[in-house]
Design a protein around this ligand. Structure first.
Ligand code: ATP
Length: 352
C-alpha cells in the first residue's frame, strides 16, 4: 500500500517566500528532519526556521511530533534523516560547543528529592558552566520560588517542580531556551508568571525561546511565530497574527432561517466556506452561520440573502481563531491520510 501524500503546508508570513533568507541568521534551522521509530515516522520531513529574538511556538495534537522534534534539536536523540543548524553551526559536529548556549525543559529534569531547590539548580547549572549563588537566586525568583529555594525538592508541589524545571533551563544564562509544555500543571497565576517571563526573556533580554504546547490560547498569547505540526510535518507556519488573521473576510450571519441561509451561502461563488456558527445541538435553523468570504464581500452576501427573501438581523465581522485554524488543518491532515475519524483535538475536543 502506498503512503497517502501529506497535505501541502500552508505557509503565511515572511516564510511564504521559499528560499527567502531571514534578516538575521536563524537560531534554529532544521531541514528535512525525520525520526522513524520501528518503521513509523514520528517526525517526517520537518522544516523549521526560528529567527533570533522571537518566541516561537510548536503547536500540535498529542503525538504530532513536538517532543521528538525538540529532542532532536537538543541533540538528545539522533535524527533518522535531515540536518540541524543552531546559531548557524551544525549540531552534529559542534554539539558540545553549542549545548552551553541552550537551556531546556523537556520531559522534566531529574532533580534530587533530598536536595533543596537551590542545591539542585546549582548542581544542574554547574554541569554546564559555573553558576554563582546570585544566578541561582535570580533563577528561583524568576519562577516565583525566591522564598522556597531552601525547601527540599521532594516537598515541592507539582507546579513548583515544573517551575523549578523552568529555572533550571535559565540558570546558566542560555541564549536559546527550549521549553516543552512549560505551563503544564500550573495554576492560573503561575501560567501568567511563565507567560510574562517568556516574553521578558525575548523582549528585554534578547534571547530566543522555542516553546511547545497544545494549549491554543496560550500559544496565541505568547508566541510571535508558530509552526503547526501534524503527523510529523509542518502544515502551517508564520507569524501568529498572520495565521489567525488571514487574507479573507469572515462574518457571522444571523438570518430568519439559518438552514436556508447556510444552503444559500454555500452556493455563492464568493463564499469560501460556510458552516453553522453555533453548537450543533442548536441545529441549523436556530443558530447563526459563519461565512468565509473571498475578500470584502459582506455587502454582496447581505444582498444575496435579502434577495432570496431572508431577513438578516445581524452580520458581524469575525476574526478567525487559532483554534479554528488548528481544527481545519487537523481535518485536512486526517482526510489526506484517509482517516475520517479524527483523533481528539487539544483539550480533548473532537476536531471540527
Ligand atoms: P504530546 O503532545 O502527547 O506530548 P508530541 O507531539 O510531543 O505529543 P511525540 O512525543 O513527539 O509527540 O511523539 C510523536 C510520535 O512518536 C508518537 O506516535 C509517539 O508514540 C512516537 N514516539 C515518540 N517517542 C518514541 C519512542 N522512544 N519510541 C517509539 N515511538 C516513539
Amino acid at each position: 500500500m502506498t503512503e497517502p501524500a501529506p497535505p501541502p503546508a500552508r505557509v503565511d508570513g515572511p516564510e511564504a517566500a521559499p528560499g527567502a533568507a531571514p534578516a538575521a541568521e536563524p537560531v534554529i534551522e532544521a531541514r528535512g528532519l525525520a525520526k522513524v521509530y520501528g518503521g513509523r515516522p514520528a517526525v517526517d520531513g520537518l522544516d523549521l526556521v526560528v529567527p533570533r529574538g522571537s518566541v516561537f511556538g510548536l503547536l500540535g495534537r498529542n503525538g504530532a511530533g513536538k517532543t521528538t522534534t525538540m529532542r532532536m534539536l537538543l541533540g538528545l536523540i539522533r535524527p533518522t534523516r535531515g540536518s540541524i543548524r543552531l546559531f548557524g553551526r551544525a549540531l552534529e559536529r559542534e554539539r558540545l560547543a553549542l549545548l552551553p548556549r541552550i537551556g531546556c525543559l523537556v520531559e522534566g529534569p531529574a532533580f534530587y528529592p533530598y536536595l533543596t531547590g537551590r542545591q539542585n539548580l546549582a548542581l544542574l547549572g554547574g554541569l554546564i558552566r559555573p553558576v554563582s549563588p546570585e544566578h541561582v537566586q535570580a533563577a528561583l525568583e524568576r519562577v516565583g520560588l525566591g522564598d522556597r529555594g531552601d525547601d527540599r525538592f521532594g516537598a515541592y508541589s507539582t507546579g513548583m517542580r515544573q517551575r523549578l524545571g523552568i529555572a533550571a533551563a535559565l540558570v546558566h544564562d542560555p541564549e536559546l531556551v527550549v521549553l516543552d509544555e512549560p505551563v503544564n500543571g500550573l495554576d492560573p497565576p503561575a501560567v501568567l508568571l511563565v507567560r510574562r517571563l517568556i516574553r521578558r526573556l525575548v523582549e528585554e533580554e534578547g534571547r530566543t525561546v522555542l516553546v511547545s504546547s497544545h494549549l491554543l490560547h496560550e500559544v496565541e498569547l505568547t508566541c510571535d511565530r508558530l509552526a503547526i505540526i501534524e503527523r510529523g510535518r509542518v502544515v502551517a507556519a508564520g507569524e501568529t497574527r498572520a495565521l489567525v488573521r488571514p487574507d479573507e473576510e469572515r462574518v457571522e450571519v444571523t438570518a430568519s432561517d439559518a438552514g436556508r441561509a447556510l444552503a444559500l451561502c454555500r452556493g455563492l461563488p464568493f463564499v469560501r466556506d460556510a458552516r453553522p456558527a453555533s453548537a450543533p445541538e442548536g441545529g441549523p435553523g436556530a443558530g447563526a452561520v459563519l461565512v468565509a468570504l473571498d475578500g470584502p464581500r459582506a455587502g454582496d452576501l447581505n444582498r444575496a440573502l435579502v434577495e432570496a427573501g431572508l431577513e438578516v438581523s445581524a452580520l458581524v465581522p469575525r476574526r478567525r481563531t487559532l483554534e479554528e485554524l488548528f481544527h481545519a488543518l487537523a481535518r485536512d491532515a486526517d482526510e489526506a491520510a484517509g482517516d475520517p475519524a479524527a483523533p481528539p483535538g487539544p483539550g480533548g475536543e473532537a476536531a471540527a
